[in-house]
Design a binder for this molecule. Structure first.
Ligand code: OGA
Ligand code: MN
Length: 295
């Protein structure tokens, strides 16, 4: 099946022509989607009424192994009963809206900081696939920033400065920015991971700034100096020219490449409106090829 991609932003993000992802099993179409990911980094599929099992199965077909340590499992039990299925909602186990001071809500508020999924783990997250089940009647959007375009736009001297730097990513760091407190047991379980600041994405060969609210310090640098550079880069990379804003419809499946983008949830009145999405994220380990090899 030949898919077409309608670009949504001058640098990246595309809406994909009508397709039922539950029916996509053939390698040629999966390869077209991977090639679309290499080019656009964010793909929007409308009208995908995926069950949880179909969602998990499609993620495996597209990109291999699933991530089951994307964060909250150390803190509380997953309402959905499967750590590979992240509960991106403001709902408790009885279906009620989370109270303002509920620890699950406080923790989820961290998604409103610019980040990339599971960068505090090794392996980190590669593709995240977020499926919209219930969306509020008011805007409750997600923004994405193109970290390849942001890298390309850096002045040559900054590119040289950041070339070989490595960064410690920690979810304790991003949550502490918001005043969220972890117990010593939780801190122990969430030590973080080290990743290069500049990555080359294997198939597309594009270079990308690998940043996130989780980025806590630059290895071998004095902490304040590293944080200042990270802040400057975050400011640069999240300028409006690099940002696409997605307005959700029920049935949307949005896939993003965590190596090539950052994202954040935008605020809405979550004490009034229900918002329920589910995310599956793949592990950033060896990846299927985007092109079908001649048989
Ligand atoms: C996520 C995430 C943002 C949102 O699912 O990883 O950060 O708008 N979501 O819910
Ligand atoms: Mn996220």
């Amino acid at each position: 099946m030949a898919l077409t991609f309608r670009q949504l932003h001058p640098h990246f993000a595309a809406e994909v022509s009508a397709v039922d992802l539950r029916q996509v099993h053939n390698e040629a179409t999966l390869a077209e989607i991977r090639a679309g990911m290499d080019e656009y980094a964010v793909l929007v599929f409308r009208g995908q009424p995926l069950s949880d099992d179909e969602h998990l199965a499609f993620a495996r077909r597209l990109d291999g192994r699933l991530h089951s340590k994307t964060g909250s499992s150390v803190l509380y039990k997953n309402r959905l009963g499967n750590e590979a299925l992240s509960d991106i909602s403001n709902v408790d186990e009885h279906g009620g809206l989370l109270k303002p001071d509920d620890r699950r809500r406080m923790y989820s508020l961290g998604n409103r900081l610019w980040h990339t999924d599971a960068s505090f783990q090794d392996p980190a997250g590669r593709y995240s696939m977020l499926s919209a089940k219930i969306v509020p009647p008011v805007s409750a959007d997600t923004e994405f920033a193109d970290m390849r375009a942001a890298y390309d736009a850096l002045p040559a001297e900054i590119k040289a400065r950041v070339e070989d730097l490595r960064v410690h990513h920690s979810i304790a760091h991003s949550r502490q920015i918001l005043g969220f407190e972890f117990s010593s047991h939780e801190q122990e379980a969430l030590k973080g991971a080290i990743h290069p600041l500049v990555r080359t994405i294997p198939r597309s060969r594009r270079r990308s700034l690998y940043l996130a609210a989780h980025a806590a310090r630059i290895i071998d640098w004095p902490v304040p100096e590293g944080r200042l550079l990270l802040r400057d880069l975050m400011e640069h990379a999240t300028q409006p020219e690099f940002v696409y804003r997605h307005a959700w419809q029920v049935g949307d499946l949005v896939i993003w490449d965590n190596r090539a983008t950052m994202h954040r949830a935008r605020p809405f009145d979550d004490g009034t409106y229900r918002r329920e999405l589910r995310r599956v994220t793949t592990l950033d380990v060896d990846q299927p090829s985007a092109v079908t090899s001649p048989s």
